[in-house]
Design a protein around this ligand. Sequence first.
Ligand SMILES: *Cc1c(COP(=O)(O)O)cnc(C)c1O
Length: 230
Amino acid sequence: MQNDLRGNLAAVNERIERAARKVGRNANEIKLVAVSKTHPAEVLQSAIDAGASVFGENKVQEADGKVNVLGREKIEWHLIGHLQSNKARQAAQIFDVIHTLDSIKLAERLERICLEENRASLSVLVQVDLASEATKNGIKEADLPKMIEFLDTCQHLKFDGLMIIPPYFDDVELVRPYFKRLREIRDALLPNGALSMGMSHDFETAIEEGATIVRVGTAIFGAREKIAAN
Ligand SMILES: *Cc1c(COP(=O)(O)O)cnc(C)c1O
């Protein structure tokens, strides 16, 4: 699996097509983020050769090394992991989209950094925690209006949508309600906003529920080596 990136990418794109068709959607409205965390730049280069152009990374430092090798011109870099405030500047320098905005404090900091760094616009998604899991990041549904009110005042941060990492269930039908709920929230707050939801084992369900961005790692790159905190 690891060495057939082209085949894996084609298979994932085919599954995206099929899931979209099933619910009468156009696959063109769904962006595939190839989650490349833990994989070295050479592997990403192979994925680029196979047609990938959007990568998702969960650690700023790790991503920075790959951005240095592969550049930012032809590739879209998405941060999908928790952003610590002391990494915000570096993140604003290398990422095109930050999926994990999870506090007003972090939003304030990113907005200020964009000004200081002359970054005209930085796309952000707000990570929502619908499960109230103590260990998960993301803001509570009840705190969303205040967050959005703040983002409305930002000159540089561009509030583009919502993101969720639901609890893990083997049975994807148990994940579906989280996708459904996030979509309802999106419809109410930001009707044309992006919905970043769905990973290797549940992206078809996410697409059925309206995902516009799916974050797929294992199904493209194969199983990751087990290393801490990923
Ligand atoms: C690792 C990761 C993914 C991809 O997971 P796979 O199961 O390998 O597809 C998606 N989203 C986030 C936030 C991740 O950390």
